[in-house]
Design a protein around this ligand. Structure first.
Ligand SMILES: NC(=O)c1ccc[n+]([C@@H]2O[C@H](COP(=O)([O-])OP(=O)(O)OC[C@H]3O[C@@H](n4cnc5c(N)ncnc54)[C@H](O)[C@@H]3O)[C@@H](O)[C@H]2O)c1
Length: 316
C-alpha cells in the first residue's frame, strides 16, 4: 500500500476508551472526528475530554491555549460516513464482540478511500479473522491502547497474517509522533503481548489467594512494593539477565511444575461474577469498597500515575 502521512483520524466508538484515544491524537496535532451509534455517548465523550484536559492542565502537562487547541481539533460526527471522510486512519473502539467488529469493518471497507488504514483497538480478538471480512485485508492492523489511554505510554501494533508491512510502519511512525511507545506483536496470538503477560500474573495471584497463601492486600503489595516496583525500569527478561540464567534455570526446575495451569477461569471468580461482585463498579470485588469514594480513589491513582509519567520522562 502507498502510505500518506496520517493527519486525520476517525475514532469510532466513544465509550471507555474512545475519548482518551481521541484526546491523545488531538493533543499531538492530528485532526480527529469521533462517532458513536449512541448519541448520548458522544455527548458524554465531550465531558470526559474536558475533565481529562483539565486534569492534565492541573498537573502542568498542558497549557490553557493547548487545551483549547486540542479541543478544537476534535469534531463530533453525526454519521459513520461523515466521521471517516478524508480520514487517513480509522480506529474502531466498539465493544469486544467479533460480529460487531467484522460488520463495522465490512462497512468501512466500502466507504473509506483505498489508502485509508483500518485499525482495531481489540484487547485480544484475532486481527486475521477480522481482516477476512473485508476485501483489502492488507490495510487492517491492530492498534491496542491501554486503559487509561491518556496515561499509559505503550501501544501494541498487531500484525495480522495479511497486514501490509507499510501499514505497520505507518502506525509505528504515528505512535512515535503522538509521543507514545510502540511494541510490535509479530504473530496474531490471542491476548497479544500485554494481556498474555498480565493474565499469567493475574491467574497466579488468584490461585495464591484461593489457596490461602496470602491475603489480597499482601499479594498486591508484593507486586506494588516488590516485583512491580522495578518493572518500569527492568522488564522480566532484563530481570532474569540481572539475576543470572543459572539461577532462573534452577528455580524453574522445581517451581514451574507448581505454578497454576488452570485452563478455565478460577471457580472463585465465576462465583463472584454470578453474585454480582464485579469490583469497583459494584462496590465489591477482591476488596470491599463500601463507604469508599470511588471517584476520589481513582483520581488519586491517576495523579500518582501522572507523576510517574513525568519522573520516567514519558512526558516533557
Ligand atoms: N475498557 C478497557 O479497559 C479497554 C482497554 C483496552 C482495550 N479495550 C478494547 O477497546 C474496545 C472498546 O472498549 P470500551 O471499554 O471502550 O467499550 P465501551 O463499551 O465502553 O464503548 C464502546 C462504544 O462503542 C459504541 N458502539 C457500539 N457499536 C458501534 C458501532 N457499530 N459504531 C459506532 N459506535 C458503536 C457503543 O455505543 C459504546 O459507546 C474493545 O475492543 C475493548 O476490548 C478496552
Amino acid at each position: 500500500m502507498v502510505m500518506t502521512e496520517i493527519k486525520k483520524v476517525a475514532v469510532i466508538g466513544t465509550g471507555t476508551m474512545g475519548p482518551g484515544i481521541a484526546q491523545v491524537f488531538a493533543r499531538n496535532g492530528i485532526t480527529v472526528r469521533i462517532f458513536d451509534i449512541d448519541s448520548e455517548k458522544l455527548s458524554e465523550a465531550r465531558i470526559t475530554l474536558d475533565n481529562n484536559l483539565e486534569l492534565f492542565r492541573q498537573a502542568g502537562l498542558i497549557t490553557e491555549p493547548e487545551v483549547s487547541e486540542t479541543r478544537s481539533r476534535i469534531q463530533n460526527a453525526s454519521s459513520l460516513d461523515e466521521a471517516v471522510e478524508e480520514a487517513n486512519l480509522v480506529i474502531e473502539v466498539i465493544p469486544e464482540v467479533m460480529e460487531l467488529k467484522t460488520a463495522l469493518f465490512a462497512d468501512l471497507d466500502k466507504i473509506c478511500d483505498p489508502g485509508t488504514i483500518l485499525a482495531t483497538n481489540t484487547s485480544g480478538l484475532s486481527i486475521t479473522t477480522m481482516a477476512a471480512a473485508i476485501e483489502k485485508p492488507e490495510r487492517l492492523v491492530g492498534m491496542h491502547w491501554w486503559n487509561p489511554p491518556i496515561i499509559i505510554p505503550v501501544i501494541e501494533i498487531i500484525k495480522g497474517e495479511k497486514t501490509d508491512d507499510a501499514v505497520v510502519r505507518a502506525i509505528d511512525n504515528l505512535i512515535r509522533k503522538i509521543k507514545k511507545v510502540p511494541v510490535l506483536v509479530q504473530k496474531d496470538v490471542p491476548g497479544f503481548l500485554g494481556n498474555r503477560l498480565q493474565y499469567a500474573l493475574m491467574r497466579e495471584a488468584i490461585a495464591l489467594l484461593n489457596e490461602g497463601v496470602a491475603s489480597a492486600e499482601d499479594i498486591d503489595t508484593m507486586i506494588k512494593a516488590g516485583i512491580g516496583f522495578k518493572f518500569p525500569i527492568m522488564g522480566p527478561l532484563e530481570t532474569i539477565d540481572m539475576a543470572g540464567l543459572d539461577i532462573y534455570y534452577k528455580v524453574s526446575q522445581y517451581l514451574n511444575k507448581d505454578l497454576d495451569k488452570s485452563q478455565e477461569a478460577a471457580p472463585v471468580v465465576e462465583t463472584m461474577v454470578h453474585k454480582g461482585d464485579l469490583g469497583l463498579k459494584s462496590g465489591k470485588g477482591f476488596y470491599d469498597y463500601t463507604g469508599t469514594d470511588i471517584k476520589s480513589l481513582m483520581g488519586e491513582r491517576i495523579k500518582k500515575l501522572l507523576l510517574l509519567l513525568k519522573d520516567l520522562d514519558y512526558v516533557e
